[in-house]
Design a protein around this ligand. Structure first.
Ligand code: F6R
Length: 608
C-alpha cells in the first residue's frame, strides 16, 4: 500500500527520499512523488505516474541540494493513478503526503471553498483543511495539523511540511503506521522501518492519536489532546541483507528458498525435542489460563487466514475439549458473533497492519477476550495492541506474495496449540511426534527445496499454458490446496481454485476439461485412499493432473508426479506447499509477469 518517507538533516534530501521510496516499492504502488524545500523555502515538487524510475527521470532535470523533504508512493483509492492525484499535495504553503482514507472528505471539501482542488483525492482535502488553520504561517504548523485532524474521520499516517518553516516535518498517525528514525544530526520518517535500514538503528514508533514535530536534532511528540508523550526509542532489528535480493532474480524466490533459516528463527528457544515439549514466553498466559481455554478464534486475511485454517486442523487433533474457529477478518468484523467464555483469539498477520485484521482485534478486545498476536513485523500496530504475542521472526517479507511467513505462522500456531495441550495434561507420548517433526522441519524444508526446485521449474512451461487450475486436498492438505491456489492466481493471474476432494462430486467435477489442470495433494495417512478414489474420478473425466505425494506406492496414470521423500508425515502438506510456492513462482516467470509486484495488489493492506 502507500508508502511515506521524509528527511530533515545535513544530507541531500532528494537522495534519501528516492532511495527510501525504492525500499517501499514492494508494498505496491501506482505513482510516486517527492517535495523538498530549500533554506529560503522554495519548494521543488516532482511527481510521476508509474514506477519510481519515471520520477527519477524528472529528478535528473531538477537536482537540488535541499536538506528537507517528504515523499510518497501512492496506491490509488480515490481517483485514478495519475500525476495530479499523486502525492505530495499542495495547499498554500504546505505540502502533505497521506496514507489511509479520509472518510468524511466530501463534507470537509464543501467547507473548503477557498482552495482550488486539483486532484480527486481525499488527501488533498486534508492538505487544504490543514492550510485553512495554518493561516499562511500565522500559527505553528503542528497546531494547524492537530486542529485539522480533530475534524477528520478515517485513517491516516501523514507527513506535512511548510515553505514557511523549512526545518521541520509534522507527522501524525491514526491507523496507518509511522516510524521516526533518529540519526546523528538527521531525522528520518517512514511508514515502514525498512526505508530506514542502513541509516539508523534507532526508531520511535508513533502510536495512534499522536503527532510529532520532527527536526534534524529533535523529536517532540504529543497527543491530539496536547498531552506531551515521552518518546520510546527502540532498536530496528532488520539489516541490509534482509532487504536485498542476495543473488536471486526475485525476492519471492529468495524468500521461498530461505525458509529453512526463517523457520529456525521461529523455533529458536521454543522447542525441546529431547523432552518432547514446547515453550512460548510471548503470549504471557499462565498454565491455569491455558488450561481454561475452551474456544480458539483464529483471525486473518488471505494467506494468514489459510495459515490459521491449516493450524486449526492440527491443533484439534491433539488438544481435547477445544473448539477452533478460523475466520476471515473482513467478514468477522461485521458479524454479530457470540464469543463463548474462556475464548482466546489468535490474530495472525505478517505485516501487523492489515486493516480488517486490526479492526477484528479491536472488536474482540472490546468483548473482553484475550488476544494473542502471531505477527512478523516487529513493533507493528497489531503486535502492540494484542494482549500477548508470538513474533514469527522471519525477517522482512518483501515480495507481495507471502511464503516464508505462512510456513512460520502455521508452525507458531501449532506450537501455541501444543502449549495448551501441555497445560491440559495431554500425554507427552501424543504430543512428542508433533514436537519431533517440528524440530526437524527446517532441515526437511531445506532438503525438499533442493530436491524439487529444478523439477518444478521444468514443469512450469507446461502448466503455464493452462487457463485454469484446480487444487485438491483432504484434511490438512485442503487448506494447503487453498493456499497453493491463492499463490498461483495472485502472481501468475491464472484462475485457480481449491476444493476439498470430497466436494468434487458436489459440483466442481463438472469443470474438468482441457482448459484445466488439477493439482492433487496426496499425503500418506488415513485419508490417502479416499483421496485416491476422488482422484480416480478426475482421471476418468480426462483430467490433467500433477500429483504431489509422499506415498511410495502411488502409481496412478497422472500427467506428472512430484514424489517427496520427506522426514515429515504429520507436516507433509506444509512441505507440499513448498512445491506449490515454487510452481506459482516458475509459472509466473514463464509468463513473464512481475513476480514481486503483481498487478492491483499491495503488500500491506492498510485500508478496508
Ligand atoms: C497473499 C498475501 C495476502 C496476505 C494478506 C494478509 O500472498 O500475501 O493474502 O496474506 O493480505 O496480510 P498480513 O499477513 O500482513 O495481515
Amino acid at each position: 500500500m502507500c508508502g511515506i518517507v521524509g528527511y530533515v538533516g545535513d544530507k541531500n534530501a532528494q537522495d534519501f527520499l528516492i532511495s527510501g521510496l525504492k525500499r517501499l516499492e514492494y508494498r505496491g504502488y501506482d505513482s510516486a512523488g517527492i517535495v523538498t524545500l530549500a533554506e529560503d523555502g522554495v519548494a521543488t515538487l516532482l511527481r510521476a505516474k508509474g514506477k519510481i524510475t519515471n520520477l527519477e527521470e524528472k529528478l535528473a532535470h531538477a537536482r537540488r541540494e535541499d536538506r528537507i523533504g517528504i515523499g510518497h508512493t501512492r496506491w490509488a483509492t480515490h481517483g485514478e493513478p495519475s500525476e495530479t492525484n499523486a502525492h505530495p499535495h499542495q495547499a498554500g504553503p504546505i505540502y502533505l503526503v497521506h496514507n489511509g482514507i479520509i472518510e468524511n472528505y466530501k463534507e470537509l471539501k464543501q467547507q473548503l471553498k477557498e482552495h482550488e482542488f486539483k486532484s480527486e483525492t481525499d488527501s488533498e482535502v486534508l492538505a487544504a483543511l490543514i492550510d485553512s488553520f495554518y493561516k499562511d504561517g500565522a500559527h505553528p504548523l503542528v497546531n494547524a495539523v492537530v486542529q485539522a485532524l480533530k475534524l477528520v474521520k478515517g485513517t491516516y499516517g501523514i507527513a506535512v511540511v511548510s515553505v514557511k518553516q523549512p526545518d521541520e516535518i509534522v507527522v501524525a498517525r491514526s491507523g496507518s503506521p509511522l516510524v521516526i528514525g533518529v540519526g546523528h544530526g538527521e531525522t528520518m520518517i517512514a511508514s515502514d522501518a525498512s526505508a530506514l535500514v542502513g541509516h539508523t538503528k534507532q526508531a520511535i514508533y508513533l502510536n495512534d492519536g499522536e503527532v510529532a514535530t520532527v527536526k534534524s536534532d529533535s523529536v517532540e511528540i504529543k497527543t491530539l489532546k496536547a498531552e506531551p508523550v515521552s518518546a520510546k526509542v527502540e532498536e530496528i532489528e532488520t539489516n541490509l541483507s534482509a532487504i536485498q535480493k542476495g543473488g536471486y532474480d526475485h525476492f519471492l524466490l529468495k524468500e521461498i528458498m530461505e525458509q529453512p533459516e526463517s523457520l529456525i528463527e521461529t523455533l529458536r528457544g521454543r522447542v525441546n525435542e529431547r523432552e518432547g515439549t514446547v515453550r512460548l514466553g510471548g503470549p504471557g498466559l499462565s498454565e491455569a489460563q491455558l488450561r481454561k481455554i475452551k474456544h480458539l478464534i483464529i483471525v486473518g486475511c488471505g494467506t494468514a487466514y489459510h495459515a490459521g485454517l491449516l493450524a486449526s486442523y492440527y491443533i484439534e487433533k491433539f488438544t481435547p475439549e477445544i473448539t477452533i474457529e478460523p475466520v476471515v477478518a473482513s467478514e468477522y468484523r461485521y458479524r454479530q458473533v457470540y464469543i463463548p467464555k474462556d475464548s482466546v483469539a489468535l490474530i495472525v498477520s505478517q505485516s501487523g497492519e492489515t486493516a480488517d485484521t486490526l479492526a477484528c482485534l479491536r472488536e474482540i478486545k472490546k468483548q473482553g477476550v484475550t488476544t494473542i498476536g502471531i505477527v512478523n513485523a516487529i513493533g507493528s500496530t497489531i503486535a502492540r495492541e494484542v494482549d500477548g504475542g508470538t513474533y514469527v521472526h522471519v525477517g522482512p517479507e518483501i515480495s507481495v506474495a507471502s511464503t516464508k511467513a505462512f510456513t512460520s505462522q502455521v508452525v507458531a500456531m501449532v506450537i501455541f496449540g501444543l502449549t495448551i495441550a501441555q497445560a491440559k495434561g495431554v500425554r507427552t507420548s501424543i504430543l512428542r511426534p508433533y514436537v519431533k517433526e517440528i524440530a526437524h522441519l527446517p532441515e526437511t524444508i531445506r532438503k525438499t527445496l533442493e530436491s524439487v526446485k529444478d523439477s518444478v521449474n521444468g514443469l512450469a512451461g507446461k502448466y503455464a499454458a493452462y487457463e485454469h487450475g484446480i487444487y485438491l486436498g483432504r484434511d490438512t492438505a485442503y487448506p494447503t490446496a487453498m493456499e497453493g491456489a491463492l499463490k498461483l492466481k495472485e502472481i501468475s493471474y491464472v484462475d485457480a481454485n481449491a476444493y476439498a476432494f470430497g466436494e468434487l462430486k458436489h459440483g466442481p467435477l463438472a469443470l474438468i476439461d482441457d482448459r484445466f489442470f488439477e493439482i492433487a495433494l496426496l499425503p500418506k495417512g488415513e485419508l490417502y485412499d479416499k483421496a485416491i478414489s476422488n482422484l480416480q474420478e478426475v482421471l476418468a473425466r480426462g483430467g490433467h493432473v500433477l500429483a504431489i505425494t509422499n506415498e511410495e506406492s502411488f502409481d496412478l496414470p497422472v500427467d506428472d508426479v512430484i514424489r517427496l521423500d520427506v522426514d515429515a508425515e504429520l507436516f507433509a502438506p506444509l512441505i507440499m506447499n513448498l512445491v506449490l510456492q515454487l510452481l506459482a513462482y516458475y509459472v509466473t516467470v514463464a509468463k513473464g509477469y512481475d513476480v514481486d509486484q503483481p498487478r492491483n495488489l499491495a503488500k500491506s493492506v492498510t485500508v478496508e
